[in-house]
Design a binder for this molecule. Structure first.
Ligand code: PMP
Length: 480
């Protein structure tokens, strides 16, 4: 077993996982750790490196992909190779080198697998955060496309902030949310994920820290980290971000708070009125900007959620993000950011350098959906159907999981955040599910610490598949 008396430098702008990869490579490369030596198990590595287990997993995955180490089940991880060509810092002409050293970090391995398996025939998708094809409003979409086909005069590039027509429509639409936004303070993006990418590239300083809820959807991606920005997780209670913890974690390096205050992904939590007011006044006091990601607002099932942070914001502290992805069609790739004009100008300028604008057909389509009033009519129907799915999923969970897990009853959105009562190897569970034709989103992809949750989505799989898939999931959990 190799000896380790080192830990990554938390102050470095190099990510913890990259530092661990480099450290292990150096030890193997300089011959200190020889072929055949064993590395401590993941849990122990996490302890010595003082990082989360998921960071260790990520580093080991990369070293495995490089052919330097190999997992040998119960015998741990063994050093497999110290060939100089694998170790050299720049093996000329190998694409592997280039692939590994690009600015954007690769997806977590689990997410790469999810992204591929989703398109396999006969797989049951229990975690997918998207509307089911069954819920797609085919007839209405036909009408909308019919209308726009006669309206379109050309399909050239749009303005830097996006189609003026769509921005005018959105300016009216958000009035209903009591957000006052002129078309000039709205930027159209190719999905709200792009907005986050633009924000991380355009207005944040490398080395700064973004505070996010713990767990959070954003932790499953490397949007911020790839720009050298760190994420720090703040715990939540039933009303949203815990303010004391938020304040404790604020320091000079904090550049922003990213929050999903409505039907939070993955926990489903809705930030309460009171928490919103307090959070906003704290952020104003601390001069800390907020990104409010409101992707799931329209998907309320019991009652209209509390008003947005943006509508309470009189000082331009909040950058507000919306999207048609969750409520209508993710493949349209249309989202919007609302904020102070100079920020919107800056993001628009970078967007022009990125893709020269979102698809103009999609922009026409989104505008027509909203302006014609069909969107509102459709949403009413959608809520009813999602409500039935939520009800069905909860009944199925009660039947198969009441002895092994607990969960929240979401008031909207897509997700039930199910917590297993007993600790088990969640990666093993994930792979076993894959082998059995079930795709789950394990909680560890969203979290900063060990996590025994599963994000169940009632929006995608048919009720029949939910019934079959959830029963199977329960059997698999019991078998581990
Ligand atoms: N924000 C949240 C909270 C989400 O859940 C998602 C999708 N999973 C996105 C943003 C990205 O959405 P879009 O398709 O608009 O890029």
């Amino acid at each position: 077993m190799v000896n380790i008396d080192w830990k990554p430098d938390r102050k470095s702008s190099i990510s913890l996982y990259r530092q661990i990869v480099n450290y292990i490579k150096e030890k193997i490369g300089n011959g200190e750790w020889t072929v055949g030596s064993r590395l401590p198990v993941q849990r122990d590595l996490a302890k010595v490196f003082q990082v989360n287990r998921s960071t260790v997993v990520e580093a080991l995955d990369e070293l495995k992909a490089d052919g330097l180490i190999e997992g040998r089940g119960k015998n741990g991880t063994v050093i497999l190779n110290n060939t100089w060509s694998l170790m050299a810092s720049r093996p000329a002409g190998t694409w592997e080198y280039y692939i590994k050293n690009g600015i954007q970090k690769p997806n977590l391995f689990t997410i790469q697998i999810i992204n591929k398996l989703e398109y396999r025939d006969n797989i049951i998708r229990l975690g997918t955060g998207e509307l089911s094809p069954e819920l797609f409003p085919k007839e209405m979409m036909k009408k909308v496309l019919g209308h726009i086909s006669s309206k379109i005069k050309s399909l050239g590039y749009e303005r830097p902030k996006g189609s003026l027509y769509l921005r005018k429509v959105l300016s009216q639409y958000v009035k209903k949310l009591h957000i006052n936004a002129s078309p000039a303070s709205i930027l159209i993006v190719s999905g709200s994920l792009q907005a986050l990418q633009l924000i991380s590239m355009s207005i944040l300083e490398p080395g700064s820290t973004v505070l996010v809820e713990k767990p959070s959807y954003i932790k499953s991606l490397h949007v911020f980290e790839s720009s050298g920005i760190k994420l720090k997780g703040i715990s939540m209670d039933k009303d949203g971000i815990i303010l004391n913890e938020f304040l404790k974690n604020l320091d000079k390096t904090t550049s922003l708070l990213y929050t999903i205050p409505v039907f939070h992904n993955p926990t489903g939590i809705v930030m309460s009125e009171d928490r919103r007011d307090k959070l906003l006044s704290l952020c104003m006091r601390e001069r800390l900007p907020i990104i409010e990601d409101d992707a799931y607002r329209e998907l309320w099932l019991d009652e209209i959620p509390p008003e947005t942070l943006k509508s309470r914001d009189k000082n331009g502290v909040v950058l507000y993000m919306g999207t048609t992805s969750k409520s209508l069609a993710a493949g349209m790739r249309i989202g919007w950011v609302i904020g102070p004009e100079p920020v919107i100008e800056r993001l628009g300028d970078v967007k022009m350098q990125t893709d020269y604008g979102a698809s103009s057909i999609s922009q026409y389509t989104a505008a027509e959906w909203i302006e014609s009033g069909l969107y509102e009519i459709y949403l009413k129907e959608l809520r009813k159907k999602l409500n039935l799915r939520r009800q069905a999923a909860l009944i199925i969970l009660e039947k198969y999981f009441s002895d092994i897990a607990g969960w929240n009853v979401p008031k909207g959105g897509f997700y039930i955040w199910m917590k297993l009562k007993n600790k088990l190897d969640m990666q093993k569970l994930f792979y076993k599910c894959c082998k059995n034709g079930i795709l789950i989103n394990p909680g560890y992809i969203y979290d900063f610490t060990e996590n025994y949750n599963i994000r169940i989505s009632y929006s995608y799989a048919s009720i029949h598949d939910l019934q079959f898939g959830l029963k199977k999931l329960s059997d698999i959990i019991k078998s581990l």
